[in-house]
Design a protein around this ligand. Structure first.
Ligand code: GLN
Length: 480
């Protein structure tokens, strides 16, 4: 099984490797590992084989135009695709089939990628552990007694265990980067608006963004290259030009400044603190300058995020009424039907968020909660702008901790929310950020995060490859 998707696609393009064999290898791996990991909610093996054979039959002239020829990619199950169901991890969408496909997935497929399945997630992407999936949790391939993180836990686990070459996730407050850190893979949250949200099941529309989870920084650049760019079907899509990101990969970081955020160094577990020191040293040795920077409003990030995200969720989830989509629980009378459907179809965490969000938007509380959160959001964006006057990129831990045990935080939502401490600010400010593996401690991965100004993903790839090359490569987990 080939490791980098660039090499994999080159092999298929030239005819040296058959797409069919690549798919077979990943499906075999998937069948061997799913019993332990449970990364997938739906496996699309037949469809993947058909698509692979189609690619193998293309004349060389056509196949050579496919940057992702034959690369097996998994989609988080809140990204709609026309094969298989889309459940968003919820009972309320059990057996729901989408009549259309998400732009990001269509662009990957048009580039020759092969969609091999839909991955597990916390219900409607609300969570940090994948334990809020209505279909059972995903297990961390490094230690199946631990969570893979969330909400894109299935995507991160699939890439880590090798049952997908890459996967898409969505990131509203950290849901790509936190599971990437917990599973030892690369996770990229692009600039808000960089990748179309068309076909992403909406959680908090002003924060949601689709992005790749991969084994290598270069792979993330290749996927973004294909997915990025204006889409008239998403009103918040950016018309910004899409640069050639692979060009940024080998540039080095000499005489550029990296900002280390003081507020993000508090309360770290020892392995994370060590990884941060190591990352700083690597960048120094590569010729970068290190500056200490401040994001003084960081401590308000989590509370503001949970007001904003829940408020938007309460409005976005109003559409699941038992009439238009998925589950319908019959009752006497229309309102009773809404009631019963939503009570039965939504899990406890989703209900909690809808209630909190509705409360924050209600007359009399709007100013105290929503408007206040909007002010914090502005202040946090200003903090980042100030930090970027001193530094090209910021270096932070992705999470304060390493993957925790299944069940450990279920009874205490606030502790669960704390694993997003260093990721939510980026979403509130609409910035791009990359989590990458910084080695393992005690057999469990640690992640560090790079943050760049809006539209400067190139800097993430530039700094990311330097770090990636210096950190010892991981020996991938084999839990079976
Ligand atoms: N864990 C955060 C939450 O529960 C972020 C989720 C996400 O990014 N989708 O809201």
């Amino acid at each position: 099984m080939q490791d980098s998707i660039g090499a994999m696609a080159a092999g298929v393009r030239s005819g040296r490797t058959r797409a069919r064999d690549v798919v077979d290898a990943y499906v075999d791996r998937l069948v061997r590992t799913e019993g332990t990991v449970h990364a997938y909610l739906a496996v699309l093996a037949d469809e993947a084989h058909r698509r692979a054979e189609q690619i193998d039959r293309l004349p060389l002239s056509e196949r050579s135009r496919l940057p992702l020829a034959g690369v097996p990619i998994a989609l988080k199950d809140n990204i709609v695709w026309t094969d298989g169901p889309t459940t968003a991890g919820s009972r309320i969408l059990e057996n729901f089939r989408s009549p259309y496909a998400a732009t990001a997935a269509v662009r990957l497929s048009d580039a020759g990628a092969i969609i091999i399945g839909k991955t597990n997630l916390d219900e409607f992407a609300m969570g940090s552990s994948t334990e809020h999936s209505a279909y059972g949790p995903t297990h961390n391939p490094w230690d199946p007694k631990r969570v893979p993180g969330g909400s894109s836990g299935g995507s991160a686990a699939a890439v880590a265990v090798g049952s997908a070459a890459a996967a898409l996730g969505s990131d509203t407050g950290g849901s790509i980067r936190q599971p990437a850190a917990y599973c030892g893979v690369v996770g990229l949250k692009p600039t808000y608006g960089r990748v179309s949200r068309y076909g992403l099941v909406a959680f908090a529309s002003s924060l949601d963004q689709i992005g790749p989870l991969t084994r290598h920084v270069e792979d993330a650049a290749r996927l973004l290259q294909v997915m990025a760019g204006y889409d008239a079907r998403d009103l918040t899509s950016l018309a910004a030009p899409v640069p050639d990101w692979t060009a940024a990969l080998g540039q080095g970081v000499k005489s550029l400044t990296v900002g280390v955020v003081e507020e993000y160094l508090e309360g770290l577990d020892a392995p994370v603190a060590q990884a941060m020191e190591r990352a700083e040293r690597i960048l120094r040795e590569a010729g970068a300058k290190v500056a200490r920077v401040h994001l003084p409003n960081s401590r308000y990030g989590l509370p503001a995020y949970y007001v904003m995200a829940n408020a938007e969720a309460s409005s976005n989830l109003a559409r699941y009424d038992g009439v238009r989509y998925g589950l319908r629980v019959a009752a006497d009378g229309l309102y009773q039907q809404y009631d019963e459907t939503r009570r039965t179809g939504f899990g406890a965490e989703v209900q909690r968020r809808i209630m909190l969000g509705t409360f924050a938007l209600s007359a009399g509380y709007f100013d105290a909660y929503y408007r206040q959160a909007a002010r914090v959001r502005r202040a946090i964006a200003d903090d980042f702008a100030g930090a970027f006057e001193q530094a090209s990129v910021l270096l932070t831990p992705t999470t304060p901790d390493q993957p925790f045990r299944l069940g450990e935080r279920l009874a205490d939502p606030w502790r669960m929310y704390l694993s997003d401490l260093f990721t939510v600010g980026v979403n509130l400010a609409g910035l791009p950020a990359l989590s990458l593996p910084a080695g393992t401690v005690g057999g469990l991965p640690v992640g560090v995060q790079l943050i760049a100004p809006a539209l400067q993903e190139a800097r993430l790839f530039q700094f990311g490859t330097v770090l990636e090359q210096a950190f010892a490569p991981l020996s991938w987990p084999d839990p079976v």
